[in-house]
Write a protein that binds this ligand. Structure first.
Ligand code: CO
Length: 353
């Protein structure tokens, strides 16, 4: 069994939100061939997409070919629109969430879903999370790595995930037993990265590190002990920089440990006596494209905290979801089962079949 925690979907039909809301910056879909569409922001091509981005049947065919039992559907992060007016972001979130719920309802053995929520207004976000979980049957939400404030911004300044305004979201997620999947977006430093796809290669791993550090140092895991959070792309650059981060915690607690006195290393897996490993406090997906990096993730997080994630259907993802995990020598059958489905199941609160 394979559950792919990290896949993105869009509705085929999407309104012109620049026209609807009366200001620009929203994604528009231009279908120029039956199989193909362009995601446009104003006159700028954001990305070419094909019908596996919106057609459940095409997705199921590709899942069957790759042996993927179930996909966890979430929107494409460019749709977050945390910069928009809160009521408009709520409206567009509801459209995306209703669509995901519709796909899940029509193919309930193939798909489960995560909502998107207007994080720029925590009360609206919490209420939408509650609607999605209670009424639509979604299992939680995918959120960005921070609340952005780009050139179109109509909200307050940029806020990170340690911001106390988000307490309402964490509290609601905890109460609903809802999973939170953190996906990098609005990459830092992107103005300095005009070439080489660097926002995706350098900005994204840095964004994810920023989000993890903010949640740890902001004491979010201390304040919300039951909150379940997973980070995309194997936790970005965090795993390889934990040594530096822990060292800083020891040498400059005046800068680092101002809101949380707990050593960041404590949130990772540890040996709890001979042969007993206590897994990490939070989850990551397996999308690192490198067997030694995945091995290192397993050491830091434990197999119970690493879940198959492919970033389907996009090219920076794993073309054969689960191939890296399956190629790993020296993993027990139990560990592989955790990585391929058990961890996602536990993270999402899905019952065993
Ligand atoms: Co992704």
């Amino acid at each position: 069994m394979k559950i792919d925690l990290h896949t993105h979907i869009l509705p085929r039909e999407w309104p012109d939100l620049d026209a609807k809301y009366g200001y620009s910056g929203f994604v528009r879909l231009e279908h120029y061939q039956p199989c193909c569409a362009r995601m446009m922001i104003g006159d700028r091509l954001f990305r070419e997409i094909t019908d596996n981005s919106w057609d459940p049947q095409r997705r199921i065919e590709e899942m069957d070919r790759a042996g993927v039992t179930m996909q966890v559907l979430s929107t494409v992060p460019v749709m977050f629109s945390y910069w928009a007016k809160p009521d408009d972001a709520l409206d567009l979130s509801r459209r995306l969430n209703d669509h995901i719920a519709e796909v899940v309802r029509a193919h309930s053995t193939k798909f489960v879903g995560l909502a998107t929520i207007p994080l720029q207004d925590a009360d609206l976000a919490a209420a939408e999370l509650e609607r999605c979980v209670r009424e639509l049957g979604l299992l939680g939400a995918q959120i960005g790595t921070h609340i952005d404030a780009n050139e179109h911004c109509h909200g307050p300044d940029c806020r990170n995930l340690d911001d106390h305004s988000l307490n309402a979201v964490w509290k609601t997620a905890e109460q609903l037993d809802a999973a939170i999947f953190v996906h990098p977006w609005d990459m830092l430093g992107r103005k300095r990265m005009p070439k080489y796809w660097l926002p995706w290669l350098v900005g994204m791993p840095a964004e994810t590190t920023l989000a993890i550090c903010c949640m740890i140092f902001g004491g979010v895991f201390e304040r919300f002990p039951k909150l379940r959070v997973a980070f995309a792309h194997g936790g970005g650059a965090f795993p390889f920089t934990i040594g530096r981060i822990e060292h800083a915690f020891h040498v400059r607690p005046d800068l680092v440990a101002v809101d949380n006195k707990v050593n960041p290393r404590t949130y990772l897996a540890r040996q709890d006596g001979p042969g007993a490993m206590r897994p990490a406090r939070f989850y990551v997906d397996s999308l690192v494209h490198d067997p030694e990096a995945l091995q290192f993730l397993l050491k830091l997080f434990g197999a119970q905290r690493v879940a198959l994630g492919s970033d389907y259907p996009f090219p920076l993802g794993e073309a054969q979801p689960g191939a890296l995990i399956e190629s790993m020598a020296g993993l027990s059958a139990e560990e592989k089962a955790h990585l391929l489905s058990g961890t996602a199941r536990e993270f999402l609160g899905l019952a065993c079949p």
